[in-house]
Design a protein around this ligand. Structure first.
Ligand SMILES: Nc1ncnc2c1ncn2[C@@H]1O[C@H](COP(=O)(O)OS(=O)(=O)O)[C@@H](OP(=O)(O)O)[C@H]1O
Ligand SMILES: [Mg+2]
Length: 429
């Protein structure tokens, strides 16, 4: 075959570029634009999409559960989960703070187990689940409340819907990261009922306590908006919003911390932790996340000057046994009583030292949403958390900590000593 025949088209293309130099420029520009677009699509575009709520692919565990950036080996494992969880807690806390300031009953109704639930609990749960559905639609959710009482009580339902409709972060980008507003009342009820998962040891499970310490919330004391991510039964991300705790990590715990509190200036903190990445605190805000600070437990040099935290409610933790344990350890200060997982946050930042929760009944099973976030935050701050038998809290059993009994949380260096005193007093040795 003549050589010229196969070279024909090539030569004519070369002639084309020679006679039309502008074609070369256009082609180069096209290649440049293509290169920029390819690199942007892996970084900028996903964030833009999130801002407008629907452009990016929704989360699928296989693709975005763990992404580790290559640049300078900076680890961003669970970075998206941490950001969304903190913003979701911050948004929900705006709602609970509004209810907290209301005089009167705060829409409280009694649940089947006689514990109270307020409009704040339902509203906060709806808002948190809305964010999780928008960003991690395949994840299971174990949440404390269910919508049944709202389906039969129109006035209660309308009151909660108004709160949910009117609560948003005052930063457009942050609100966009949470997927925006809840569509309507029916959607709100459906969201609340998405929290009925049985939990367990497989896959990704979020656990939510929209108002932990509802009795404290009603009393004007401490409460927490609690959210944690479990993966295969282990806590990977934990976030606690505590609107009535001081922002200042160094502020000592006062005797009155469990009552007559406000969320005014200087109060409101978010604690957070990711497995293997330490624990942090930052001011609880109303829009984008404020800057965080690393927190750690205070080393106990003298057990006699240690302080321990326990529940306000004598029905939730045996206070006389706790006093005997304190005495055995030589602790001289009276216990600090406060509601909710604010206790875990307070010892994690060194404001207190030890948290004891001693069973008051043989049949009560602790709920995973009452402990998951606090457990990780304390452990990542240098603490150890076990039950009274010395076993790690097992969040993979289901909705409750069915195999555990009570909680003993203390700095790792003295946990063994504290546990020994607990076991002696409880007759477990
Ligand atoms: N009998 C018994 N024993 C142990 N724990 C119980 C018991 N009954 C209830 N609860 C749970 O306690 C949660 C409140 O947490 P605290 O006990 O730390 O705070 S408080 O001082 O009691 O308010 C509280 O959480 P919220 O319902 O979210 O307030 C309950 O889940
Ligand atoms: Mg609770």
């Amino acid at each position: 075959m003549p050589v010229g025949k196969s070279e024909g088209p090539l030569r004519s293309r070369a002639n084309l570029f020679r006679t039309h130099p502008s074609l070369t420029i256009i082609l180069s520009l096209l290649i440049l634009i293509l290169a920029i677009f390819t690199s942007a699509s892996t970084s900028v575009i996903p964030r833009l999409g999130l801002l407008f709520g629907h452009l990016t692919p929704r989360h699928t565990p296989a693709t975005t559960t763990r992404h580790v950036t290559t640049a300078a080996t900076m680890t961003t494992i669970y970075a998206a989960e941490l950001e969304v969880a903190q913003l979701a807690v911050q948004r929900a806390a705006q709602l609970t703070k509004r209810v907290f300031r209301e005089k009167g009953t705060k829409g409280a109704v009694a649940k089947d187990d006689a514990s109270p639930v307020t409009v704040g609990d339902f509203g906060a749960q709806a808002l948190i689940i809305a964010a999780l559905r928008a960003r991690f639609p395949h994840d299971a959710i174990v949440a404390e409340e269910e919508a049944a009482p709202l389906r039969t009580d129109a006035a209660l339902r309308e009151r909660i819907w108004r709160l949910v409709r009117e609560t948003r972060l005052d930063d457009v980008a942050a609100e966009g990261l949470l997927g925006g507003a809840v569509a309507d009342v029916e959607d709100m009820l459906a969201l609340i009922d998405r929290g009925k998962s049985e939990g367990g040891r497989r896959g990704r499970v979020w656990t939510i306590d929209p108002i932990d310490g509802t009795k404290g919330f009603l009393r004007g004391g401490q409460y927490a908006v609690a959210l944690a991510l479990l993966e295969n039964g282990d806590v990977k991300v934990g976030v606690l919003g505590c609107p009535n705790l001081p922002v200042d990590d160094a502020a000592p715990l006062t005797a009155d911390i469990g009552a007559n509190q406000t969320d005014e200036e200087g109060r409101g903190v978010i604690f957070s932790a990711v497995i293997g990445q330490g624990a942090w605190s930052r001011p609880l805000g109303t829009g984008a996340l404020a800057e965080g600070k690393r927190i750690s437990m205070k080393p106990i040099t003298e057990m006699s000057s240690a302080s321990f935290c326990e529940s306000v409610e004598a029905g939730h933790s045996n206070q006389s046994e706790a006093a005997q344990i304190a005495q055995k350890l030589g602790i001289t200060k009276p216990s600090v009583r406060m509601d909710s997982q604010a206790k875990y946050g307070s010892i994690a930042r060194g404001a207190g030292d030890i948290y004891l929760r001693l069973p008051t009944s043989k049949t009560y099973q602790e709920k995973i949403w009452d402990h998951a976030a606090g457990d990780l935050i304390v452990r990542e701050a240098g603490g150890q958390v076990t039950d009274t038998k010395g076993q790690r809290l097992d969040f993979g059993v289901g909705r409750t900590l069915a195999t555990n009994s009570g909680v003993v949380a203390a700095p790792a260096a003295v946990h063994g000593q504290v546990l020994e005193a607990v076991q002696e007093v409880l007759g477990l040795k």
